[in-house]
Design a protein around this ligand. Structure first.
Ligand code: ACO
Length: 383
């Protein structure tokens, strides 16, 4: 039975958008928005970006510690063995509309993947880990398959011995990336892997909290990530750069956008009140790729927008601000930027789902009712 006094206490403390509300205990990651510090299972994101690989980070998020060499090799092998998509899912992707948003295609394909996992309802740690491995291994394959099939090309099978990052680029383009591009993609995947109770991770935990299976929880998380206020912002940042086109037009463009009270994509964050530590790395990559490709204008526009935005609104760039230009300069289509985010964040989502299953309680908050009460029912012909 509801306890009115507990509801009153809860609603009194519920700010818009649940800002500042602590809704779960987690050891996976933590964001210190004041000091701009992000950690995964105790390790600073800068150390992980400098020294680790995406595979190591996935292991860390799921197991709470870094793998030993033999464990990492075994883990890589297991991921590699789980990359093959069920043929029915590839065929289904081939029947999606050519102009479908890739995030919608990913969401639909992941939902269908559940049909082909006869053990999907096994929510034990072992069973859920098995599903987490399949999903994490198959996300890059699904996205590369979507990209190839919508362009009338045959999918490229993953290659043994390549990292998830290198394999993703290989399957997308049909040729192996340079070592540097593979490493940049690897670090991008590390940087996006987890971010505490962001909107999509919270969604995943809410669905998992009902004891729905991992495919359902991840499908819902993909939908949450696709929105322009969350992961969808990276594509929109690149669209903005293409629209501005020249660095000398950046300041005027931004002033006009602010005068029209537009939300400028790639700026602002619910938690950070300083520079997002992930953007420190992404800025570096965007600059490096621009110089390597002889396209320094995108970075110049980004820097002008950053300065003016800080002067005018005291807002900092978020993770989505620089990633788009780095991916664009790698020759990746704009609408795949958010799916790349998903290729990384699947590791954090599944880590949180594992944590939720291990110590579950249904997530069921209250709403503050603002409608009328005690209305008399009026028969339909008398309204
Ligand atoms: N452009 C212009 N003004 C902004 C922006 C922005 N990008 N972000 C915040 N503001 C302003 C708001 O208008 C508001 O001003 P006001 O107090 O004068 O009304 C103030 O800053 C506070 O903003 P809120 O909207 O209350 O911030 P909230 O925490 O609700 O939203 C969000 C955070 C959604 C990220 C917001 O900053 C935004 O829409 N940014 C653009 C989209 C984006 O880049 N999303 C990616 C976020 S990172 C991620 O999810 C992976």
């Amino acid at each position: 039975m509801d306890k009115p006094e507990s509801k009153a206490a809860a609603t009194a403390k519920s700010p818009a958008g649940l800002e500042g509300v602590v809704a779960a205990e987690s050891s996976i990651g933590d964001v210190d928005g004041i000091n701009g510090v992000l950690i995964y299972q105790g390790y600073n994101i800068h150390d992980l970006a400098e020294h680790s690989t995406f595979e190591e980070v996935i292991y860390l998020l799921w197991h709470g510690r870094l793998p030993k060499r033999a464990e990492l090799e075994d883990f890589r092998r297991t991921l590699s063995e789980n990359q093959t998509l069920p043929a029915e899912v590839s065929e289904m992707i081939g029947r999606f509309p050519r102009d479908a948003e890739p995030m919608d295609s990913l969401r639909t394909a992941v939902s269908a993947l559940g049909f082909h996992d006869s053990q999907s309802r096994d929510l034990s740690r072992e069973g859920a880990l098995r599903a987490a491995i399949k999903l994490t291994a198959q996300f890059p394959v699904i996205i590369a398959t979507i990209e190839r099939l919508r362009n009338g090309q045959e999918p490229v099978a993953p290659k043994d011995g390549l990292s998830l990052a290198a394999n993703f680029l290989y399957m997308l383009k049909g040729e192996e990336p340079s070592e540097r591009e593979a490493r940049i993609m690897d670090v991008c995947l590390i940087l996006h892997a987890d971010h505490e109770l962001n909107a999509s991770t919270f969604t995943a935990r809410v669905v998992a909290g009902t004891l729905a299976d991992m495919y359902g929880a991840v499908t819902a998380a993909i939908a949450a990530l696709s929105g322009p206020l969350h992961g969808g912002a990276n594509t929109n940042v690149m669209k903005m750069l293409l629209e501005i086109e020249k660095p000398e037009r950046a300041e005027e463009w931004l002033r006009e956008a602010l005068a029209q009270k537009k939300k400028v994509m790639g700026f602002g964050h619910r938690v950070y009140r300083t520079e997002d530590p992930r953007s420190t790395w992404l800025r570096k990559f965007s600059k490096e790729m621009g110089e390597a490709r002889g396209q320094t204008q995108w970075n110049a526009i980004l820097e002008t927008l950053r300065e003016v935005m800080f002067r005018e609104k005291k807002l900092y760039p978020n993770v989505d601000y620089y990633s788009g230009s780095a991916y664009y300069l790698m020759g990746i289509p704009l609408d795949l930027f958010t799916p790349i985010f998903a290729v990384s964040r699947i590791s954090g989502w599944t880590g949180h789902i594992l944590e939720q299953y291990a110590n579950n309680r249904l997530i069921r908050p209250r709403a503050e009712y603002t409608g009328p009460r005690d209305l008399s029912y009026v028969p339909i012909d008398e309204r």
